[in-house]
Design a protein around this ligand. Structure first.
Ligand code: SAH
Length: 255
Protein backbone atom coordinates (compact mmCIF):
# COMPACT_ATOMS: atom_id res chain seq x y z
CA UNK A 1 0.00 0.00 0.00
CA UNK A 2 1.25 3.50 -0.83
CA UNK A 3 1.61 5.58 2.29
CA UNK A 4 0.01 8.98 2.60
CA UNK A 5 1.09 12.11 4.38
CA UNK A 6 -1.41 14.91 4.95
CA UNK A 7 -0.29 18.16 6.56
CA UNK A 8 -3.28 19.74 8.29
CA UNK A 9 -4.05 23.02 10.03
CA UNK A 10 -6.28 22.84 13.11
CA UNK A 11 -7.29 26.51 13.03
CA UNK A 12 -6.47 29.03 15.73
CA UNK A 13 -7.66 27.21 18.83
CA UNK A 14 -9.61 24.12 19.93
CA UNK A 15 -11.49 22.38 17.12
CA UNK A 16 -14.44 24.76 16.55
CA UNK A 17 -12.54 26.32 13.66
CA UNK A 18 -11.17 23.06 12.28
CA UNK A 19 -12.53 22.19 8.83
CA UNK A 20 -14.52 18.96 8.32
CA UNK A 21 -11.90 17.95 5.77
CA UNK A 22 -9.15 18.14 8.41
CA UNK A 23 -11.28 16.23 10.94
CA UNK A 24 -11.81 13.49 8.33
CA UNK A 25 -8.07 13.22 7.63
CA UNK A 26 -7.46 12.95 11.39
CA UNK A 27 -10.09 10.24 11.78
CA UNK A 28 -8.52 8.16 9.01
CA UNK A 29 -4.92 8.58 10.20
CA UNK A 30 -2.94 5.63 11.54
CA UNK A 31 -0.28 8.05 12.83
CA UNK A 32 -0.44 11.66 13.96
CA UNK A 33 2.80 13.60 14.21
CA UNK A 34 3.23 17.04 15.74
CA UNK A 35 4.39 19.40 18.41
CA UNK A 36 2.68 18.34 21.67
CA UNK A 37 0.74 21.65 22.01
CA UNK A 38 -1.16 20.81 18.82
CA UNK A 39 -1.48 17.05 19.40
CA UNK A 40 -2.97 17.87 22.83
CA UNK A 41 -5.75 19.84 21.14
CA UNK A 42 -7.08 16.79 19.27
CA UNK A 43 -10.15 14.85 20.29
CA UNK A 44 -9.27 11.42 21.75
CA UNK A 45 -8.35 8.79 19.14
CA UNK A 46 -9.28 5.14 18.87
CA UNK A 47 -6.73 2.33 19.37
CA UNK A 48 -5.97 2.23 15.64
CA UNK A 49 -4.09 5.52 15.89
CA UNK A 50 -0.58 6.16 17.16
CA UNK A 51 0.29 9.67 18.26
CA UNK A 52 3.84 10.95 18.02
CA UNK A 53 3.83 14.16 20.06
CA UNK A 54 7.20 15.75 20.62
CA UNK A 55 8.64 18.94 22.02
CA UNK A 56 11.30 18.84 19.37
CA UNK A 57 11.47 22.32 17.86
CA UNK A 58 13.41 21.15 14.82
CA UNK A 59 10.59 20.97 12.31
CA UNK A 60 12.60 19.32 9.53
CA UNK A 61 13.41 16.36 11.80
CA UNK A 62 9.73 15.93 12.64
CA UNK A 63 8.93 16.09 8.92
CA UNK A 64 11.49 13.34 8.21
CA UNK A 65 9.93 11.10 10.87
CA UNK A 66 6.52 11.64 9.28
CA UNK A 67 7.83 10.89 5.77
CA UNK A 68 9.57 7.72 6.98
CA UNK A 69 6.31 6.48 8.52
CA UNK A 70 4.44 7.23 5.29
CA UNK A 71 7.14 5.35 3.35
CA UNK A 72 6.32 2.29 5.52
CA UNK A 73 2.78 2.46 4.08
CA UNK A 74 1.09 4.29 6.96
CA UNK A 75 -1.55 7.04 6.75
CA UNK A 76 0.23 9.89 8.44
CA UNK A 77 -1.18 13.27 9.46
CA UNK A 78 1.14 16.09 10.50
CA UNK A 79 -0.63 18.72 12.61
CA UNK A 80 -0.02 22.46 12.79
CA UNK A 81 -1.97 25.23 14.48
CA UNK A 82 -3.81 27.67 12.22
CA UNK A 83 -2.90 27.00 8.61
CA UNK A 84 -0.06 24.53 7.96
CA UNK A 85 1.37 26.70 5.19
CA UNK A 86 1.74 29.82 7.37
CA UNK A 87 4.96 29.72 9.45
CA UNK A 88 4.31 26.02 10.09
CA UNK A 89 4.92 22.41 9.09
CA UNK A 90 3.95 22.29 5.39
CA UNK A 91 7.11 24.04 4.18
CA UNK A 92 9.20 21.84 6.49
CA UNK A 93 7.67 18.72 4.92
CA UNK A 94 8.50 19.94 1.42
CA UNK A 95 12.02 20.90 2.45
CA UNK A 96 12.53 17.40 3.90
CA UNK A 97 11.10 15.97 0.66
CA UNK A 98 13.39 18.03 -1.56
CA UNK A 99 16.55 16.92 0.23
CA UNK A 100 15.42 13.48 1.46
CA UNK A 101 15.07 9.94 0.09
CA UNK A 102 14.24 9.94 -3.67
CA UNK A 103 11.53 7.31 -2.96
CA UNK A 104 9.59 9.81 -0.82
CA UNK A 105 8.59 11.66 -4.00
CA UNK A 106 6.23 8.77 -4.89
CA UNK A 107 4.23 9.31 -1.69
CA UNK A 108 0.76 10.82 -1.74
CA UNK A 109 1.49 14.11 0.06
CA UNK A 110 -1.30 16.65 0.56
CA UNK A 111 -1.92 19.87 2.44
CA UNK A 112 -5.28 20.61 4.10
CA UNK A 113 -5.68 24.34 4.84
CA UNK A 114 -6.81 25.85 8.13
CA UNK A 115 -7.87 29.25 9.40
CA UNK A 116 -4.68 31.12 10.14
CA UNK A 117 -4.32 33.27 13.29
CA UNK A 118 -4.40 36.60 11.45
CA UNK A 119 -7.80 35.84 9.93
CA UNK A 120 -9.32 34.77 13.25
CA UNK A 121 -7.75 37.84 14.90
CA UNK A 122 -8.96 40.21 12.18
CA UNK A 123 -12.50 38.82 12.39
CA UNK A 124 -12.56 39.53 16.13
CA UNK A 125 -11.82 43.22 15.50
CA UNK A 126 -13.90 43.79 12.36
CA UNK A 127 -12.08 43.97 9.02
CA UNK A 128 -8.60 45.44 9.64
CA UNK A 129 -7.14 43.38 6.77
CA UNK A 130 -9.76 44.67 4.31
CA UNK A 131 -7.13 46.33 2.08
CA UNK A 132 -3.71 45.07 1.01
CA UNK A 133 -1.80 43.45 3.84
CA UNK A 134 1.22 41.28 4.55
CA UNK A 135 2.32 38.84 7.24
CA UNK A 136 5.73 38.86 8.91
CA UNK A 137 7.05 36.49 11.57
CA UNK A 138 9.34 38.11 14.12
CA UNK A 139 11.05 34.82 14.93
CA UNK A 140 14.69 34.99 14.00
CA UNK A 141 15.32 31.26 14.52
CA UNK A 142 15.31 30.65 10.78
CA UNK A 143 16.18 34.07 9.33
CA UNK A 144 18.30 37.02 10.40
CA UNK A 145 17.02 40.06 12.30
CA UNK A 146 18.37 42.21 9.42
CA UNK A 147 15.93 40.45 7.05
CA UNK A 148 13.04 41.09 9.44
CA UNK A 149 13.94 44.80 9.68
CA UNK A 150 14.19 45.09 5.90
CA UNK A 151 10.74 43.53 5.45
CA UNK A 152 9.11 45.64 8.17
CA UNK A 153 10.52 48.78 6.58
CA UNK A 154 9.29 47.74 3.13
CA UNK A 155 5.83 46.92 4.53
CA UNK A 156 5.66 50.35 6.19
CA UNK A 157 6.79 52.08 3.01
CA UNK A 158 4.20 50.16 0.99
CA UNK A 159 1.51 51.19 3.51
CA UNK A 160 0.39 47.60 3.99
CA UNK A 161 -1.53 46.57 7.09
CA UNK A 162 0.95 44.20 8.78
CA UNK A 163 0.06 41.00 10.62
CA UNK A 164 2.92 40.17 12.98
CA UNK A 165 3.26 36.50 13.95
CA UNK A 166 5.58 35.22 16.70
CA UNK A 167 5.87 38.68 18.30
CA UNK A 168 7.53 37.40 21.47
CA UNK A 169 8.68 34.35 23.37
CA UNK A 170 10.57 33.81 26.62
CA UNK A 171 13.77 33.59 24.60
CA UNK A 172 12.93 36.72 22.58
CA UNK A 173 11.23 39.27 24.86
CA UNK A 174 12.63 42.40 23.20
CA UNK A 175 12.00 41.95 19.49
CA UNK A 176 8.50 43.38 19.33
CA UNK A 177 9.79 46.54 21.04
CA UNK A 178 12.49 46.82 18.41
CA UNK A 179 9.92 46.28 15.66
CA UNK A 180 7.63 49.00 17.09
CA UNK A 181 10.61 51.41 17.34
CA UNK A 182 11.41 50.79 13.69
CA UNK A 183 7.78 51.26 12.60
CA UNK A 184 7.48 54.46 14.70
CA UNK A 185 10.26 55.94 12.56
CA UNK A 186 8.26 55.38 9.34
CA UNK A 187 4.56 55.48 10.34
CA UNK A 188 2.45 58.06 12.23
CA UNK A 189 2.05 57.59 16.00
CA UNK A 190 -1.75 57.43 15.66
CA UNK A 191 -1.59 54.31 13.41
CA UNK A 192 -4.03 51.70 14.76
CA UNK A 193 -2.39 48.70 16.47
CA UNK A 194 -4.26 45.59 17.63
CA UNK A 195 -3.09 42.97 20.11
CA UNK A 196 -5.20 39.82 19.76
CA UNK A 197 -4.58 37.00 22.19
CA UNK A 198 -5.91 33.43 21.97
CA UNK A 199 -8.18 34.18 19.01
CA UNK A 200 -10.84 31.53 18.50
CA UNK A 201 -10.81 30.41 22.14
CA UNK A 202 -13.05 31.33 25.08
CA UNK A 203 -10.17 33.45 26.45
CA UNK A 204 -9.88 35.51 23.26
CA UNK A 205 -8.88 39.11 24.03
CA UNK A 206 -8.63 42.17 21.81
CA UNK A 207 -6.68 45.28 22.79
CA UNK A 208 -6.94 48.30 20.49
CA UNK A 209 -4.18 50.88 20.79
CA UNK A 210 -1.93 53.10 18.65
CA UNK A 211 1.61 52.71 17.44
CA UNK A 212 2.65 55.58 19.71
CA UNK A 213 1.20 53.91 22.81
CA UNK A 214 1.76 50.22 21.97
CA UNK A 215 3.44 48.37 24.83
CA UNK A 216 5.46 45.42 23.52
CA UNK A 217 5.52 43.72 26.94
CA UNK A 218 1.78 42.95 26.56
CA UNK A 219 2.43 40.36 23.84
CA UNK A 220 3.20 36.70 24.38
CA UNK A 221 3.47 33.57 22.23
CA UNK A 222 -0.32 33.40 21.76
CA UNK A 223 -0.65 37.00 20.59
CA UNK A 224 -1.00 38.21 17.03
CA UNK A 225 -0.35 41.89 16.33
CA UNK A 226 -1.97 43.84 13.51
CA UNK A 227 -0.42 47.19 12.64
CA UNK A 228 -2.86 49.15 10.50
CA UNK A 229 -2.24 50.93 7.22
CA UNK A 230 -2.76 54.71 6.96
CA UNK A 231 -6.43 53.91 6.13
CA UNK A 232 -7.20 51.62 9.09
CA UNK A 233 -9.76 53.31 11.34
CA UNK A 234 -12.16 52.80 14.24
CA UNK A 235 -15.93 53.04 14.35
CA UNK A 236 -16.66 54.18 17.90
CA UNK A 237 -19.69 52.78 19.78
CA UNK A 238 -21.23 53.77 23.10
CA UNK A 239 -19.96 51.52 25.92
CA UNK A 240 -18.71 48.90 23.51
CA UNK A 241 -15.46 48.00 21.85
CA UNK A 242 -15.10 49.94 18.60
CA UNK A 243 -15.05 48.11 15.32
CA UNK A 244 -11.81 48.33 13.38
CA UNK A 245 -11.66 48.23 9.62
CA UNK A 246 -9.54 49.13 6.63
CA UNK A 247 -11.66 50.35 3.71
CA UNK A 248 -10.99 48.67 0.38
CA UNK A 249 -11.34 51.98 -1.41
CA UNK A 250 -8.51 54.52 -1.22
CA UNK A 251 -11.05 57.34 -1.20
CA UNK A 252 -13.34 56.98 1.76
CA UNK A 253 -16.69 58.61 1.06
CA UNK A 254 -17.73 61.56 3.19
CA UNK A 255 -21.40 61.13 4.05
N1 SAH B 1 0.48 28.18 11.53
C1 SAH B 1 -0.02 29.15 12.50
C2 SAH B 1 1.06 30.14 12.92
C3 SAH B 1 2.23 29.54 13.65
S1 SAH B 1 3.34 30.76 14.22
C4 SAH B 1 -1.22 29.87 11.91
O1 SAH B 1 -1.46 29.77 10.71
O2 SAH B 1 -1.92 30.55 12.66
C5 SAH B 1 2.76 30.95 15.90
C6 SAH B 1 2.21 32.36 16.10
O3 SAH B 1 0.90 32.44 15.54
C7 SAH B 1 2.04 32.78 17.55
O4 SAH B 1 3.24 33.25 18.14
C8 SAH B 1 1.01 33.89 17.41
O5 SAH B 1 1.60 35.07 16.93
C9 SAH B 1 0.12 33.35 16.30
N2 SAH B 1 -1.05 32.61 16.84
C10 SAH B 1 -1.28 31.29 16.75
N3 SAH B 1 -2.49 30.99 17.31
C11 SAH B 1 -3.01 32.16 17.74
C12 SAH B 1 -4.24 32.52 18.39
N4 SAH B 1 -5.17 31.60 18.69
N5 SAH B 1 -4.44 33.83 18.68
C13 SAH B 1 -3.53 34.78 18.35
N6 SAH B 1 -2.35 34.48 17.74
C14 SAH B 1 -2.09 33.20 17.45
Amino acid sequence: MTGTLTVVGLGPSGTDFTTPSVLKALEEATDVVGYFTYVDRLPPAGPHQRRHASDNRVEIERARVALSLAAEGRRVVVVSGGDPGVFAMAAAVFEALEYGEPGWRALDVRVEPGITAMLAAAALAGAPLGGDFCAISLSDNLKSWATIERRLTAAAEGDFAIAIYNPASRARPEQLGRAFDLLRRCKPAETVVLFVRAAGSSEAALDITTLGAADHTKADMRTLIIVGSSQTRLIERADQTPWVYTPRSEQVRAS
